[in-house]
Design a protein around this ligand. Structure first.
Ligand SMILES: *[C@@H]1O[C@H](CO)[C@@H](O)[C@H](O)[C@H]1NC(C)=O
Ligand SMILES: *[C@@H]1O[C@H](CO)[C@@H](O)[C@H](O)[C@H]1NC(C)=O
Length: 406
């Protein structure tokens, strides 16, 4: 036993502390602390990562390399559906997605192989910070699943990618169903089979989705145009979402779809200062029982910023389309709301349902004041996604954490 090691470790822990969560949770997920002051440590392989994610110990888990889950649970070769929209795209191109499902009424069955890890998200326990180091943090081939009344989880600075991208139902990057207090910050999602973020019928609780990159560029597009359709599907039973600072690009649908008629969910939602860039599809698709304040977002070259049904599906939207309704916010929120901005984009729908403002008036402390939409493009492009939180000595810290923990 080398008695110097504990001393060295103690001396270096101050550096290790740098490779923890950067910043503080805000918006509806305010108060989320994840693993708090637990000693940061980097798992050595996917088995150790799997254990640390799922156990009931508060942890700061450093993701300092690529954890590749592809093949780790075997593969399945089966019949999948290729129909006129998915799989074979019009014109005979094979640039669509295949669908893993039990019926194939409008298409034809084809035999394909998918990766089992993709369709089984990694269970995550309570009180975890899962933090990428520099630009090295990658989880490949398997998403994260927060269910079973999990709470207090921070996921920061991680690229989640390559989850059965050919297959609808091939897996979600983040699945939240039965949880509370989740802060998803500075992550990047790309090449995902199904949803980049999905919340099921159980509550997702208080969730802040900030400064992430949703990269929809794909060779397997359900919309047959090189764009990922399944961006965010937010149902939830009684949910509160803050969506801000995200770079959502080349995504053709569900950015987000929010609300559902399937249950009596009530969803409060504040979207501000997101950059939507380059899409032949839609962004907001609003459904019943949701209350959305949408302000100071920037849309650039986006075909349909909001679906027509958003105005009629039973959702409630106040979307600050023009200076004429910015001032309406003052009497409810104590400040003006801020206009969204549209450059070379399709028509927005001017919706000004004040039920949104009267509902959100009780939650003012969770509604940060946006910057003007004109400032969004530059700041989001320089700040959103992974590798933007680079801290000095992060790599050293991860190595130290590994040495000191094992
Ligand atoms: C998470 O941390 C909180 C606060 O320390 C504690 O009350 C709770 O029991 C923890 N949850 C689990 C599952 O350990
Ligand atoms: C607009 O977005 C489409 C993708 O939907 C892309 O092909 C095109 O190059 C973009 N135009 C510009 C000017 O960036």
């Amino acid at each position: 036993m080398n008695i110097l090691i504990p001393a060295i470790c103690t001396a270096l822990w101050s550096q290790v502390a740098l490779a923890q969560v950067v910043g503080t949770s805000f918006g509806f997920a305010s108060g989320t602390t994840g693993g708090g002051s637990a000693q940061p440590a980097a798992p050595s392989d996917i088995a150790e990562l799997t254990t640390w994610l799922a156990d009931s110990t508060p942890r700061v888990i450093l993701i300092d390399k690529t954890f590749d889950f592809r093949g780790s649970l075997g593969t399945t070769t089966t019949q999948v559906c290729e129909d006129s929209v998915v799989g074979a795209c019009p014109g005979g191109s094979s640039a669509g997605q295949y669908s893993i499902q039990s019926t194939c009424t409008t298409g034809t069955w084809v035999t394909k192989t998918y990766d089992n890890a993709g369709i089984q998200g990694l269970p995550v326990g309570s009180n975890k910070s899962i933090v990428g180091v520099g630009s090295s943090g990658v989880i490949m081939g398997r998403g994260l699943q927060l269910s079973g009344d999990v709470s207090n989880v921070i996921i920061q600075n991680i690229l989640i990618t390559d989850i059965n991208p050919q297959f609808i139902w091939g897996g979600d990057a983040l699945s939240l169903e039965g949880c509370d207090k989740v802060w998803i910050d500075h992550c990047k999602f790309s090449l995902i089979g199904r949803q980049m973020i999905s919340t099921g019928y159980a509550a997702a609780g208080h969730v802040t989705i900030s400064n992430n990159e949703f990269d929809g560029v794909t060779s397997w597009s359900a919309s047959c145009n090189g764009e990922h359709y399944w961006t965010m599907l937010l149902y939830g039973l009684k949910d509160y979402y803050t969506l801000t600072g995200n770079y959502i690009h080349d995504c053709s649908g569900r950015g987000p779809h929010i609300g559902t008629t399937y249950d009596a969910s009530v969803i409060l939602f504040h979207s501000y200062n997101n950059l939507y860039e380059n899409s032949a599809g839609h962004a907001f698709d609003v459904d019943a029982t949701s209350y959305l304040l949408i302000e100071a977002n920037s849309f650039s070259n986006w075909s349909q910023p909001m679906t027509p049904g958003s105005a009629t599906n039973g959702g409630h939207v106040f979307d600050v389309a023009a200076s004429s309704n910015t001032g309406t916010c003052s009497s409810y929120l104590g400040r003006s709301c801020i206009e969204n901005d549209f450059v070379s984009s399709g028509a927005w729908q001017s919706l000004s349902d004040t039920a949104v403002l009267s509902t959100l008036a009780s939650y003012k402390e969770y509604l940060p004041t946006p910057v003007p939409a004109s400032a969004v493009s530059a700041s989001v492009k320089s700040f959103a996604g992974t590798g933007k939180l680079t801290v000095a000595a992060a790599a050293t810290a991860a190595a130290t954490a590994r040495a000191c923990s094992g």
